[in-house]
Write a protein that binds this ligand. Sequence first.
Ligand code: SR1
Ligand code: MG
Length: 419
Amino acid sequence: MTTHLSPVEPDFAKLLDHLARQPALARRLGGDQEEWSVQEIGDGNVNLVFAVRGPAGAVCVKQAPPYVRAAGPSWPLTPRRVEFEHRALVEHRRHAAPYVPEPLHIDPTEHLLTVEYLEGHRVMRNGLTAGACYPHFAEHAARYLAHTLFFTSDLALPAGRKRELASLFETNTAMCQIMEDMVFTEIFLPHPRNRWTSPELDGDVKDLQQDIELKLAVSRLKLRYLSSRSALLHGDLHTGSIMMNEPETAPSIAVIDQEFACYGPMGFDLGTLLAHLLIAYFAAGAHGSDRSPQQSWLLSAVEQLWDDFRAHFTRLWHSHADGDAYPLALFPEAAAAAALETERQQYLDELFTETLGYCGAEIIRRIVGFARPADFTTITDTTIRAEAERRALTLARSLVTAPTAHRAATDLTAAARSV
Ligand code: SR1
Ligand code: MG
């Protein structure tokens, strides 16, 4: 008889038995099973996460219960999400290995995914909320984004491989639907999952739910999320999905929690990450102590993230244009090559516009929806918190409805400063 891990109470003994049955994992932990310890370390909305330590090393085990962790069994969710997370880890590691943890084992029956344990790392959002700055973050995040997005797109992949890869993620339906509902729809309706700083923001929420221009622009973004197959997205790239490792010698980042991975518009990942830097910026101004150095750093990180991404992406398009899009054979002579270069820059201008739209949509749903970030919720004075959230909402609305007003990252940061 097969015994499954309990979806409600984590059963540590069964978890250790599971690891003991995998020789490579048992070797990594070392010693005997009796010497291994388990600690639940997850604080995300979706899965249970365990650190398992042995005499020789540690592993991280993610368990997907058949429901949303933050809501409990009343909100069922397919546990097959760990399989999509595993596939995304494999694919993104091909192109951005230094930034993606190594998947060690997937058990589709128990819905357990074992990955390398990230020793010495800290969740970026926790650091930001405590006031930390990460001077090396933007350079690494820009490289991660350029590599994962470019190398999974039609610019780099032959059409057959791209379609094969897109089809592998096509059925991550339940996870994509969470985004479709939560980012683009529920917050504009009187939905029971919606939460906000009440009563301070009651009027603001009423206004945005009646804002036809905003709802049309968000619906446009939703259609793009539903129909675009531009690149393999992380799908939930906020600061809680990034682990920071900042020793003096080799500071870096690790990107985790790929269970929302899907083929979609590149601007969704880029915009989500920019949104959470801006959320941290607005929240920092409301945390009591003087956080102006952190706020300056956050806006410089916004600028560097986009500018470095654009530079990396352009370089990759020159050096690895192996996909079926824009066949180089069509642009042999100097005039055609120059026209192609203009086209590349126009593509990136349009991607920036798309990015700003998703950035705005993500900010709004994090202030009005189910998944409110600790950056804001840890501000205990609700009057001060609501004022910071209102400033973020003002910027966000302008990004969704008029993204082309911003041509460069410095326009975005100037707008953030001035709201
Ligand atoms: C049901 S999960 C709620 C949110 O948490 C995740 O981090 C995603 O952003 C999702 O929208
Ligand atoms: Mg997560």
